[in-house]
Design a protein around this ligand. Structure first.
Ligand code: WQD
Length: 332
């Protein structure tokens, strides 16, 4: 099978490209390298012992995409902006890139005769006040332009599957964390804002201390609860979802563990795994945070037998290995 992965030089994309190569598939990556890293793909090829193709460009570049899509069996669309806070100050950039980019990609797919798509969606389509755990039937109500841009993408895909012969699966990611166990690839955000990368930076002294954004929430220990899922489990979910594309129509799955962890529990896991206490200070709540986000993963388990296997300690252990073996991430 020939797979095209948009955003394949990014954190999730690079781990997915590795799994596809290891499964024997041919892989074409389209990435504008605004967030992705060439070094990540070089290491992916090294780990897989096989090459992948890279086309540097924007998914909205119609001629380039129609050419890239030649002979492709399935598209995995991960290229997107994903910073909730940034989307609040620059919503038009998120709708242009995330929603507009998907619309353009769909046009290119129609032109190229490619009709199978896996779409990277997000738990950010849900809003504050949604009842936990979150199922695929929980009414969405995004609290940010980022979440809205992704929800609009889901709705576009539903129409494309209804009006064209497109077959699509939307995967709503919860909180991806961790790294490939080799320690050769991992998360390298140029401006890290997520919890686990910031914990690692506090542990290695890249920042003096982690700021815990709020310890006064109505949760067992006062800090926010999230559904962290190991990147390798998230990648496994994509490999399972590809099999779904044999069936016509549109499919939607929440991809989480169903096991929430608080910020304090992540700090405890980091101490267990590294033997070091994470230096932290309690700070004010972060705008836009909700007290709890946790998936009900039962539909994916019932339909396809998928279940995330790795626990929080393994997530932190693999993230720590990546960060200590690659201080500062990938060389530019
Ligand atoms: C997790 C918890 C913070 C940093 C975001 C996106 C989501 C998805 C994953 C794309 C929160 C707390 C964090 C820090 C802290 N991305 N925290 N100190 O916000 O749940 O989800 O990333 O799909 O769409 O919204 O993840 O890791 O930023 O925060 O206390 O320095 O850690 O308040 O409670 P989040 P996060």
């Amino acid at each position: 099978m020939r797979a095209l992965v948009t955003g394949g030089a990014g954190y999730i994309g690079s781990h997915l490209v590795l799994a596809l190569l290891e499964a024997g598939h041919q892989v074409v990556v389209v990435d504008d390298l605004s967030n992705g890293h060439l070094e990540a793909l070089r290491r992916v090829e090294e780990l897989a012992g096989r090459p992948c193709s890279l086309i540097v460009g924007d998914v909205a570049d119609r001629p380039k995409m129609v050419s890239a899509l030649h002979g492709v069996d399935v598209v995995l669309h991960l290229a997107a902006f994903k910073a909730v806070g940034e989307s609040m100050t620059n919503p038009e950039r998120y709708f242009r890139n995330n929603t507009g980019g998907l619309a353009s990609l769909l046009e290119s797919m129609v032109d190229a005769g490619v009709s199978r798509l896996i779409y990277s969606s997000t738990a950010a389509v849900y809003g504050e006040g949604s009842l936990m755990p979150l199922t695929e039937q929980t009414p969405p109500g995004p609290d940010s332009p980022y979440g809205a841009s992704k929800l609009l993408g889901e709705q576009m895909l539903q129409w494309m599957c209804r009006c064209r012969d497109l077959r699509a699966v939307s995967l709503r990611y919860f909180n991806p964390v961790g790294a490939h166990p080799s320690g050769r690839i991992g998360e390298h955000a140029r401006t890290p804002s997520n919890l686990v990368p910031r914990v690692l930076m506090a542990l290695t002294g890249d920042v003096p201390a982690l700021t815990v954004f709020g310890a006064d929430y109505d949760t067992p220990d006062g800090t926010c609860l999230r559904d962290y899922i190991h990147i390798q489990d998230l990648v496994a979910a994509h490999m399972v979802a590809i099999g779904l594309l044999e069936r016509p129509g549109y499919h939607l799955y929440n991809v989480g563990t169903g096991r929430p962890s608080s910020v304090r529990e992540v700090l405890d896991a980091a101490r267990r795994v590294t033997g070091r206490a994470v230096p932290f200070v309690d700070g004010p709540r972060r705008a836009g945070d909700v007290p709890e986000t946790v998936a009900d993963p039962s539909r994916f388990r019932q339909d396809l037998g998928f279940e995330a296997k790795r626990d929080l300690d393994e997530m932190v252990r693999d993230a720590w290995r990546w960060w200590t073996q690659n201080p500062g991430g990938y060389p530019e």
